[in-house]
Ligand binder design. Structure first.
Ligand SMILES: [Zn+2]
Length: 147
């Protein structure tokens, strides 16, 4: 009986400390499983050499064999015929039917990225609310012990 009296308050304090610690650490964000999935069109080029600074590469299009330099927006522009991005359009995706496959790949990737962004935002919001919940729980406890 005596042991119970001595041990349990310590045990409770420890448990609380552990719980507080866990609340202080950020819960891990749901990670995008494969970051490369956001940039699917990299699959259609061969990276030749990394250009220092940023995500730029020297790359060769596996469809038209053209050699280019730049980061993903240029790869994308090459296949999707987006003009004004400083890269030639791929002549192998000139046919809208052919280009459609690349557009679909990119759209699917954009959808996945949006979904991940939403999940990340939701999880950040949830974790920023946690401290208030803990505080309110403490306040309730304090009020109860006064009674
Ligand atoms: Zn090409």
């Amino acid at each position: 009986m005596l042991i119970c009296f001595i041990v349990s308050p310590i045990f409770l304090q420890t448990a609380e400390a552990i719980a507080a610690n866990q609340e202080a650490t950020f819960p891990p964000l749901p990670k995008a499983n494969k970051r490369a999935d956001y940039y699917p069109l990299w699959r259609h080029v061969k990276k030749i050499a990394r250009i220092p600074g940023g995500g730029s590469w020297e790359w060769r299009c596996t469809l038209c064999n053209g050699l280019y330099k730049g980061s993903y927006p240029r790869v994308r522009a090459h296949f999707l015929h987006e003009t004004g991005k400083g890269v030639d359009s791929c002549m192998k995706t000139s046919d809208p039917g052919e280009r459609r496959k690349f557009e679909d790949e990119q759209q699917e990737a954009d959808r996945v990225k949006r979904r991940h962004d939403e999940l990340n935002n939701a999880s950040r919001q949830a974790s920023s609310m946690e401290p208030r919940i803990v505080l309110e729980a403490r306040k309730r406890k304090a009020t109860q012990s006064q009674i």
